[in-house]
Design a binder for this molecule. Structure first.
Ligand code: SF4
Length: 441
């Protein structure tokens, strides 16, 4: 049987990247191989994100484009997975007659059933059960396969926090942790294939194992990964500030493979807005955690997420957010304009911030952060750092591209090193989003 072509477009977070990899692994058993050009595809799968309005709109415009492909090639199968699939379910099939199936966030394992139905009877299908606290990966065949130096490993799914702006608990379900041994088995197999760096993924990794009696918890998991031969670097994301425990802070001092970087979403610098967001911490508590992290690990890189224009945000609240950027000096910051999301409590709040005010605040905040990022990057000029090579530079095939332990991209010329090499590099110049250097002799 000749192979069939699979094109996957992934939107949004690293969790979706991981799920797309697992889906392509499942479909490889059905003789599908990945292609980079959707025009060549027999099956197009969109793994979607609905955490904000913008990525959701991008999904619909991509679907509009693929509709044209189907007109030219009627046997083309188009499926939607991820958060938009979970959020819209059957309504997507009703609205988009050219769509063949909808696959929810916890139903990856049912892809074969949906494709069997399509192939045998032409039946379009929907699989969007959230399945309570069931581990969605437990029923899938053993993964991984990786040809890269770095890999994502999902350690949990869902969230119990219900921040008032966030759709995740409604589209990823309640929090469920994968079994400790399943995760370690996956990481050992990745290491055997040459992976040097793993990023452990979860909506709130700090609460890993909370509902698994006898589980060693997140720090216990990090310690076990630290003992895994072949793995040189460990990262994780995302950590909720309210749950950042003293033992996790200490891990940055005691675990040599744990990279000096933490993504710690602040979302707002105003206590009044943090309360309305149901974040469970104050700006003072956040600052205290930053101090503790820098006490045990002075070079730690701290990145964050920030929302501007949350309902009821006044100028004074926004100024408090800018003040936090000034105080913390984040290494980088991902900023977004608030948008209503279905099911969330914030969507019901009346005092929405006008679009032009949100836009102006976003631009101002980004300008502040550019300044901070540039100063933070400059600190590295003249210093020697360890870089894990990930491949060739995107802009020049004659240069290596890798990352520092603090998660900065470094491009450097000279001998091309195979992915996975750890190279000492002397940083010569800090750019806006990366560093340039020369390999040390
Ligand atoms: S912690 Fe809050 S923002 Fe993060 S996934 Fe859970 S509900 Fe959403």
């Amino acid at each position: 049987m000749s192979p069939k072509n699979l094109y996957i477009q992934t939107f949004g977070c690293q969790m979706n990247v991981y799920d797309s990899e697992r889906l392509s692994h499942l479909l490889a058993a059905r003789n599908y191989r990945l292609v980079e050009d959707p025009a060549e595809a027999d099956l197009i799968f969109l793994n979607t994100c609905s955490v904000r309005q913008k990525p959701e709109q991008k999904v619909y415009s991509a679907l509009g484009r693929f509709r044209g492909f189907k007109k030219r090639k009627p046997e083309l199968i188009i499926g939607v997975g991820g958060c938009v699939a979970q959020q819209e379910g059957e309504a997507l099939l009703r609205r988009l007659p050219y769509l063949d199936f909808v696959l929810g966030t916890k139903e990856l394992g049912r892809i074969n059933e949906l494709l069997d139905d399509l192939e045998t009877s032409g039946k379009r299908g929907v699989a969007t059960a959230l399945n309570g606290r069931v581990d969605p990966y437990a029923s899938l065949p053993f993964f991984p396969s990786s040809s890269k130096a770095t890999a994502f490993v999902s350690i949990m799914q869902g969230c119990d926090n219900f921040c008032s702006f966030c759709i995740v608990p409604f589209v990823r379900g309640r929090e469920v942790s994968r079994p400790f041994e399943d995760i370690l088995e996956e990481i050992r197999a990745l290491a055997a294939q040459g992976v040097k760096e793993v990023t452990l993924l979860g909506q709130n990794v700090n609460s890993y194992g909370n509902r698994r009696p006898g589980n060693l918890g997140f720090v216990g998991l990090l310690e076990a990964v630290q003992r895994t031969g072949g793995i040189e670097r460990i990262r994780f994301t995302t950590s909720h500030p309210k749950d950042l425990s003293p033992s996790l802070v200490e891990a940055f001092a005691t675990l040599s493979k744990l990279c000096e970087h933490i993504h710690l979403p602040l979302q707002s610098g105003s206590n009044r807005i943090l309360k309305r967001m149901n974040r469970g911490y104050s700006r003072e508590e956040y600052l205290q955690k930053v101090l503790e992290l820098r006490r045990v690990c002075p070079e730690i890189s701290i990145t964050t997420d920030m929302i501007v224009g949350f309902p009821g945000e006044e100028e004074v609240d926004f100024r408090a957010t800018l003040e936090m950027i000034e105080k913390v000096r984040f290494d980088d910051l991902f900023s977004f304009k608030y948008s209503d999301r279905p099911h969330t409590r914030a969507a019901l709040l009346a005092d929405k911030v006008p679009e032009e005010i949100s836009r102006r605040r976003l631009m101002e905040l980004q300008a502040w952060q550019r300044e901070s990022t540039s100063q933070k990057n400059k600190i590295w000029e003249g210093r020697e750092v360890e870089v894990l090579v990930e491949g060739q530079s995107k802009t020049c095939a004659l240069e290596n591209m890798g990352r520092t332990r603090t998660n900065r991209i470094v491009n450097f010329p000279g001998k091309i090193h195979p992915p996975g090499s750890l190279v000492r590099v002397r940083i010569e110049k800090a750019m806006a989003h990366s560093l340039r250097g020369e390999a040390s002799l």
